[in-house]
Design a protein around this ligand. Structure first.
Ligand code: ATP
Ligand code: MG
Ligand code: MG
Length: 414
């Protein structure tokens, strides 16, 4: 991917925008870009520099992302709405082409790094609550005030608010080797790295109910690390796929594991797709496992497996919805039963939380009181972010997490 049309190779100390920004170290990357910590010599502060791949389709996506980020900044002059702020943008030319660059406020580790840091044990519910509040405030702003659907909410696209001074932590946060591109040598393509990452993640998914897939590889039985004292405020990033509700372009949206049923069935979508992803993320934060990690199997597709997993956890899909989408016939017969996966192993969410994740009955009940409505198969029945913000669960305080103690918390960059 470091070739014509692809990523721009950056070296520490490289100047951007006629020397205003100086590259410091790599913060992350995605399918569209690499993101670098840079020093803004004009404002004397650190910023994140998102350097887009140069090919036409990536440049177009960046133009769109900049447009969305400008609308977001214009509607939030005090930068208090839990969405990343665009500071500047410019074009940078290099050996691989012309790259659009976005200068963004510098944030901390993403939530996947946080989950990994917990050793996939999940966070205390009090911490999950704090994160949920920020994400809901961000969604309420995007949905209600701007009419924007994010369409790609996932742990990688939610970042902790950074309070560190990068000058004092010049190496890297050190939490997630899997998210770091190997330095020097041959660079793997971004998509290859992402595929590997997703394969690895799929292994630890909830997965196992149906027995259609391999059993989970035993995660090392180390205790979760203590996250005490870490500020759980966070912001939503990555508006490359965002759209206005009245101006949608893509039929297939969202990253697989966070994709809503109406997107798979192609029965039309709106703001409530973000609420579905939000619920999947909250579950993952609380348990350390992805809620749905579908796989292709012998005789069935990833889509059909995904629908089966949804029904196993949430109950049978109402026939009207099952057969109501443009793609319904690919998966369902006229009775509303899956065509190829005939035997489902139902395990309601509350049982799953108590038996597999050892939640106290009360915690499970209260948490699901908040979460389950967002996982309604009918999109129009899901609550809005505004309604969710009024839910009493967000103001509870539980006394969980006593046993989750360990070293290493100083490593976490917030
Ligand atoms: P995708 O493949 O998901 O579309 P992308 O190429 O659009 O990704 P982003 O998701 O915007 O890129 O950023 C990639 C990663 O870079 C993030 O997951 C995060 O770890 C890091 N990152 C992005 N923005 C910032 C920021 N403002 N501050 C710190 N790190 C950031
Ligand atoms: Mg991203
Ligand atoms: Mg993106």
């Amino acid at each position: 991917s470091y070739r014509k049309g692809g990523y721009h190779a950056v070296r520490i100390g490289d100047p951007f925008a006629s020397g205003r920004y100086i590259a410091q170290r790599k913060l992350g990357w995605g399918q569209f870009s690499t993101v670098w910590l840079a020093y803004d010599t004009q404002a004397s502060k650190y910023v994140a520099l998102k350097i887009q791949k140069s090919a036409q389709q990536f440049a177009q996506a960046a133009v769109h992302e900049i447009e969305v980020l400008c609308a977001i900044a214009d509607g939030d002059p005090s930068n208090s709405k839990w969405v990343v702020r665009l500071i500047d943008h410019f074009k940078h030319s290099g050996p691989n082409g012309h790259h659009l660059c976005m200068v963004l406020e510098f944030l901390g580790d993403n939530l996947l790094q946080l989950i990994k840091f917990s050793r996939y044990k999940g966070l205390e519910l009090n911490k999950v609550r704090e994160i949920c509040k920020c994400v809901l405030l961000a969604l309420d702003y995007l949905h209600r005030e701007l009419g924007i659907i994010h369409t790609d909410l996932k742990p990688e696209n939610i970042l902790l608010c950074s309070t560190i001074d990068p000058a004092k932590d010049p190496i890297r946060s050190g939490l997630t080797p899997i998210l770091e591109r190997p330095e020097g040598g041959t660079l793997n393509g971004g998509s290859t790295m992402i595929e590997k990452k997703l394969k690895r993640r799929a292994k630890r998914a909830v997965a196992n109910i149906s027995g259609r897939r391999d059993s989970m590889g035993g995660e090392a039985r180390k205790p979760a690390r203590c996250l005490d004292g870490i500020d759980m405020r966070c912001k939503v990033v990555d508006f490359g796929n965002a759209c206005w509700a009245d101006k949608r372009f893509a039929e297939e949206i969202q990253t697989r594991q966070y994709r809503a049923p109406e997107v798979i069935l192609q029965s039309g979508y709106s703001f409530s797709v973000d609420m579905w992803s939000f619920a999947c993320i909250a579950f993952e934060l609380a348990t350390g496992d992805m809620m749905f990690a579908p796989k292709t199997g012998e005789g069935f597709s990833e889509d059909e497996d995904h629908l089966a997993l949804m029904m196993e956890l949430l109950g049978k899909m109402p026939r009207k919805i099952a057969i109501g989408g443009a793609r319904s016939k690919d998966f369902f017969d006229r009775h509303g039963d899956l065509k190829r996966i005939r035997r489902l192993k139902y395990l309601p969410l509350d049982r799953l939380l108590v038996t597999k994740y050892k939640f106290a009955e009360t915690d499970a009940r209260e948490f699901l009181g908040f979460l389950s409505p967002c996982l309604d198969i009918s999109p129009e029945k899901r609550p809005t972010a505004q309604q969710c913000l009024l839910h009493p669960w967000l103001n509870l305080k539980s006394s969980d997490g006593q046993s989750k103690v360990d070293d290493g918390m100083s490593k976490l960059k917030i």
